[in-house]
Design a protein. Structure first.
Length: 227
């Protein structure tokens, strides 16, 4: 009889364990969408507001205005236009995918997100350039982050309206070159081949006459770097 009860008890314990596993929240696949709320939504709204996509209150509530702003951002950047801040959209914004109010992402996740986003920008702007030129483009973006005249985040600099052709024409989502990922890491680790330059342009294709008046630091490949 005691053996029978032990077996029943063991069976009940197994059922409880299975139920706990099945009902445990999966934060790694969490996404923000209509009806969501919390810190991640607040960050999404704040970034979209600073980039000119969002015109509502930054209240951490994923309402219809946030959906519309996310759709505008997605359309502009070659993403699936569904109004849902999934992994690809969050990565494009420079936010760690699946961040929640219950468990904020660690520094490693944030760093990887920055590497990927910076690499995307380098890839779109300079994937055909010499390796030093690729690092240089990453360095310019990071120099802007530190400069008072520009947004103070990598994502903010990259997605500042009109700042980079690769964002405007969708090349930021082109097939990634491995060298651009390495270049992003080197730039983030402090390699600045252009000594603090905050601008660059291709003299063969640049139509902005103002950029041609800036003091030139150096030329690498097809790009001229300047301040």
């Amino acid at each position: 009889m005691k053996q029978k009860y032990r077996k029943i008890g063991a069976l009940i314990s197994m059922v409880i364990v299975v139920l706990c596993v099945l009902t445990k929240p999966n934060y790694s696949s969490a996404i923000s969408k209509f009806g969501s709320s919390g810190e991640e939504v607040f960050k999404i709204q704040k970034r979209l507001l600073s980039w000119g996509y969002y015109n509502g209150d930054v209240d951490g509530i994923y309402g219809s205005r946030t959906v519309a702003a996310v759709k505008r951002f997605q359309q502009k950047n070659g993403l699936t236009v569904d109004g849902v801040a999934g992994k690809a959209t969050l990565t494009a914004m420079g936010l760690p995918a699946g961040e929640t109010t219950a468990s904020s992402s660690g520094g490693a996740a944030s760093n990887e997100s920055n590497v990927y986003l910076l690499a995307r920008a380098i890839n779109g702007e300079a994937r055909g350039e010499p390796y030093t030129g690729q690092v240089a483009v990453g360095a310019v973006i990071l120099n802007r982050v530190e400069h008072a005249s520009f947004p103070n985040t990598i994502a903010g600099v990259i997605y500042q309206p009109g700042a980079f052709t690769a964002v405007s024409d969708g090349q930021i989502h082109a097939q990634m070159s491995d060298s651009c990922i390495r270049a992003a890491r080197d730039a983030l680790n402090g390699w600045d081949p252009v000594g603090g330059a905050i601008y660059y342009y291709n003299p063969r294709t640049a139509t902005n006459q103002w950029i041609r008046t800036r003091p030139v630091v150096m030329s690498i490949g097809k790009h001229v770097f300047c301040n």
